[in-house]
Ligand binder design. Sequence first.
Ligand SMILES: Cc1cc2nc3c(=O)[nH]c(=O)nc-3n(C[C@H](O)[C@H](O)[C@H](O)COP(=O)(O)OP(=O)(O)OC[C@H]3O[C@@H](n4cnc5c(N)ncnc54)[C@H](O)[C@@H]3O)c2cc1C
Length: 416
Amino acid sequence: MAYHDVGIVGGGCAGLFLARELAVRGCDCIVIEKDPAAAHASTRNQGWLQSGSFYAAVDDAAAARGCREGFDYITETYPDAILREVESYFLFRSQQGLTGTLERCRREGIPINAIGEKEIRKIQDENPILRGTPLDYMAQVYDRPFDTRHLLQTVADEVASCRVEPIEIASLDSVTASPKNHEWIVNVGNRSGIGCRILVLACGAYIPELLERITPEIPLAVEITKTPVLVLRGHQICRYAIMMPLEPGGLNLVPFKPIEDVAGISVCLSRTDYPIDRAGNDFLPPKTPEAFAASLEAHLPGIREVVQASSRRVEAHFYTCQKLKEKLNGSSRGPLAQYYEDWRLGVFYPGKFTSSPIAASRFADDLCKQFGKKTVAGSGGEPLRVARQRYYDQADHRVEVTGGGVRFQLGRGVVE
Ligand SMILES: Cc1cc2nc3c(=O)[nH]c(=O)nc-3n(C[C@H](O)[C@H](O)[C@H](O)COP(=O)(O)OP(=O)(O)OC[C@H]3O[C@@H](n4cnc5c(N)ncnc54)[C@H](O)[C@@H]3O)c2cc1C
């Protein structure tokens, strides 16, 4: 049986950043992942490199700080993954909302500028999808769209070059683990067991399921939710990233980095996370298509104009993405890195892609104290592949954005 210091289950941003941080500290670890890596939340999110301003707007200082640190790190370390030419703005419904956010951003060292009426009109003129949308209180922020797949492939290459062994499994169900003599024995499909001193669960929305399987005695209070996001494809739909902090049901528009021949925006139409059942129900809750259609048109009356003027037909897809609510019991470290005190079982869920590299580095420091490791590992491991699929092609919830309205076609029927 192969033995390792740390076994990491999950190769999304949490698992890959952690593996790299452990490897460069000389810790012997493995990553167990369904082939290919990063096929879940880490490449199916909105691709929004958050400066922390959004969390300052909603008065969550810890998340704001975590994002600011991750933002600085990613901006400096992976400049090629960032879409710099996109400017980003927040819309508020009141002067109070704007002023409070400016103050909180300044307190956390997050860059932000209030902008005047003249600039607002210019933005609206240049950006037809925003015509008819009220933009009274607006601030420029420095959040940017980024290509998480590109970034993670670089991290995966770094992980492989540190000789971290990736173990590819056919199914997520094929991992079981049991504690034995102060070690974990992980059984992966048909292979013989893998021994590790510390087991880290970095498997995102699947953490509760795996914890339940391997440590039924640990009490859990977790909720898995899904967030529906609409991805609109079309060239020049929106040059700006726009968010409406604190607006109930408010939208955010994030232009995603063009991949191959595709450009467009992702629209998060609702800030509500829908609870999900353990069976992994991936359908939208009843009646939401109409609600989403109404929400899209209420916030973006300009959409009809854009669609009519567009030479290409604008297609859209819903996708839902599972999210683990940060409510694990036993946390002494806040939401970014949570783990159990006896150091044999770790749970690592960074909550945001943006905050994950810094959270991983801190977690790795803590883990390595257990081994007294500080050296740098050699190079030349097997390559790790990150998911390359286009996420908007995966969802079966189709939407046609036509000149006269929005028509939703779900996997099981059509709602107009
Ligand atoms: C809709 C949505 C939009 C978001 N937008 C943003 C954004 O714009 N910016 C931002 O910074 N953050 C965003 N986030 C948050 C961010 O995407 C997540 O916090 C982050 O990707 C979580 O990474 P992870 O590695 O923990 O999970 P995941 O990326 O889900 O990785 C978990 C991995 O574990 C693997 N796995 C699961 N079970 C097993 C098993 N039994 N054995 C082996 N492997 C297993 C899976 O295959 C998967 O690859 C968004 C989240 C959602 C839901």
